[in-house]
Design a binder for this molecule. Structure first.
Ligand code: PLP
Length: 404
C-alpha cells in the first residue's frame, strides 16, 4: 500500500458493536434489539419528548437568540439549574457557592473531565469501580491516566447487591482512593443499594477518607421521582464532605444526541470551588474550547419554567412506568411458561436494565434461534420491549434455559 497510515493496526471489535452489527444484518422481521441502552416507545420507536419538541419550537422562534460561543464552562443558567436538579433546590452547598459546575458532553464527557481533573489535581490515582459496571467507565479512567481496582457489587446467584462484599472491598481501599458510584439505576445490574445501605456506604467512605465520584445517568428514570433518584448523592453532600457528580440528560430528557450533561465538584469552601473551576477551564479549553449550546438551551428552558417542568415530569414518569410494566409482563410470562429458575429479580431490579443471569451460550442461542440480541453478559434493555415482544422473549428465554 502507499498510505502514510499503512501501519495503523485494526483494533479488536468492541463486543457491543459486534452485537449491533449482527442485529443490523439479521433480515428477520421479528428481530429484537435489547442490547443498546436507549428508550423505545411501545411501538419500538425512538422517543422525542413533547416538552422538548415544544421548547425547540419556542427556541426556533426566539428572534433574540443567537449562536455565539458559550463560555468554556458552558451556559451559566444551565449550570445553576442542573446543580439544583441533582443536589436539591435548597442545597446549602449551592447556596454557599461551594459547587463548581461545568457543562459537559453528557454523562460520558462529564465523567471524563472529572477523571482528567482528578488525574491532574488529586493526590491519589486509584479509582474503585463496581464489579460489573458500565462498559465505558474503565475507558474514561484509563484515558485520563488513572488506575483501577474493582469492588464487589453484584451477587450473581442471588441476583442482588453483594453488600457485605462491597463494604469489605471499599473498606480495604487505599487511603484517599476515589470510589466511582452510580447514583441510581445501576448499569448493567439494575441493582441499587437501599437508602439505609447508602448511609452505611457513606459512613465508611467518610471514615476512610475516600473520595466519592457519582455518575448520575438516570435521574428520575428509575423511580419516576427526581429527588428520590438523587438521594444517594444528597446524603453525601449533606454531611459537608466533598464529592464529584456527573449528570446526563440522555435518558431522562431523551436528549441522547445533544450530548448535554454536567460535572459538579462539591468542595469544602467557595474559595476551593472557584480554584477548581478555574482548573476545569484549563482542562476543557485545549480539548474542545467550549461546549455546544442547543442541548443546554433545551434543558435550561425546561428546568426554569414550572409548567414545562411539570410536563417533563409527566413524560418522565410515563417512561419509567412503561419499563416497570415490561418487568411485570416478562416475569408473568416466564411464570406462565413454568420456566425453570427464580426470575423474581426481573421485578426486583430497577431502571432500564435487567441483569438476566442468562449466560453467553444462552445469549448467542437466542440471537441465532429467536433473533433477539443482547450483550454477552445477559443485560436486557427493558425499554426495548413491548407488550407484543414480551411473549417472544419469554419463549426464547424458556427454550434457552431448558436446552442450552
Ligand atoms: N454513565 C452510565 C452509568 C451510563 O449508563 C451511561 C450510558 O449508558 C453513561 C454514563 C453515558 O451516557 P451519556 O454520555 O449519553 O450521558
Amino acid at each position: 500500500g502507499d498510505s502514510v497510515f499503512d501501519n495503523v493496526p485494526r483494533p479488536p471489535d468492541i463486543p457491543l458493536y459486534a452485537m449491533i452489527a449482527a442485529y443490523n444484518e439479521d433480515p428477520s422481521p421479528i428481530k429484537l434489539n435489547l442490547g443498546i441502552g436507549v428508550y423505545r416507545t411501545e411501538d419500538g420507536k425512538p422517543v422525542l419528548l413533547n416538552v422538548v419538541r415544544r421548547v425547540e419550537q419556542l427556541l426556533a422562534n426566539d428572534i433574540s437568540s443567537n449562536k455565539e460561543y458559550l463560555p468554556i464552562t458552558g451556559m451559566p443558567e444551565f449550570n445553576k439549574l442542573t446543580a439544583k436538579l441533582i443536589l436539591g433546590v435548597d442545597s446549602p452547598a449551592i447556596n454557599e457557592n461551594r459547587v463548581a459546575t461545568v457543562q459537559c458532553l453528557s454523562g460520558s464527557g462529564s465523567v471524563r473531565i472529572g477523571a482528567e481533573f482528578l488525574a491532574k489535581h488529586y493526590h491519589q490515582r486509584m479509582v474503585y469501580i463496581s464489579q460489573p459496571t458500565y462498559g465505558n467507565h474503565p475507558n474514561f479512567l484509563i484515558a485520563a491516566g488513572l488506575e483501577m481496582k474493582t469492588y464487589r457489587y453484584y451477587h450473581p446467584t442471588k441476583h442482588e447487591l453483594d453488600f457485605q462484599g462491597m463494604l469489605e472491598d471499599i473498606g480495604s481501599a487505599t487511603s484517599g482512593a476515589i470510589v466511582l458510584l452510580q447514583t441510581s439505576g445501576h448499569n448493567p445490574t439494575g441493582v441499587d443499594p437501599t437508602l439505609q445501605q447508602w448511609e452505611q456506604i457513606r459512613q465508611l467512605i467518610r471514615t476512610k477518607g475516600l473520595l466519592p465520584f457519582f455518575d448520575c445517568a438516570y435521574q428520575g428514570f428509575v423511580s419516576g421521582n427526581l429527588d428520590m433518584d438523587a438521594e444517594s448523592v444528597r446524603i453525601f453532600v449533606a454531611d459537608g464532605g466533598e464529592c464529584l457528580a456527573a449528570q446526563s440528560y440522555s435518558k431522562n430528557m431523551g436528549l441522547y444526541g445533544e450530548r448535554i450533561g454536567a460535572l459538579n465538584i462539591v468542595c469544602k469552601t467557595a474559595d476551593v470551588a472557584s480554584r477548581v473551576e478555574s482548573q476545569l477551564k484549563l482542562i476543557i479549553r485545549p480539548m474542545y474550547s467550549n461546549p455546544p449550546m442547543h442541548g443546554a438551551s433545551i434543558v435550561a428552558a425546561i428546568l426554569k419554567d414550572r409548567e414545562m417542568f411539570n410536563e417533563w415530569i409527566i413524560e418522565l414518569k410515563e417512561m419509567s412506568n412503561r419499563i416497570t410494566c415490561m418487568r411485570c409482563q416478562l416475569f408473568d410470562a416466564l411464570c406462565d411458561r413454568g420456566t425453570p429458575g427464580d426470575w423474581s429479580h426481573i421485578t426486583r431490579q430497577v431502571g432500564m436494565f435487567t441483569f438476566s443471569g442468562l449466560n453467553e451460550a444462552q445469549v448467542s442461542f437466542m440471537a441465532k434461534e429467536y433473533h433477539i440480541y443482547m450483550p454477552p453478559d445477559g443485560r436486557i434493555n427493558m425499554a426495548g420491549l413491548s407488550e407484543n415482544s414480551v411473549p417472544h422473549l419469554a419463549d426464547a428465554i424458556h427454550t434457552a434455559v431448558t436446552r442450552v
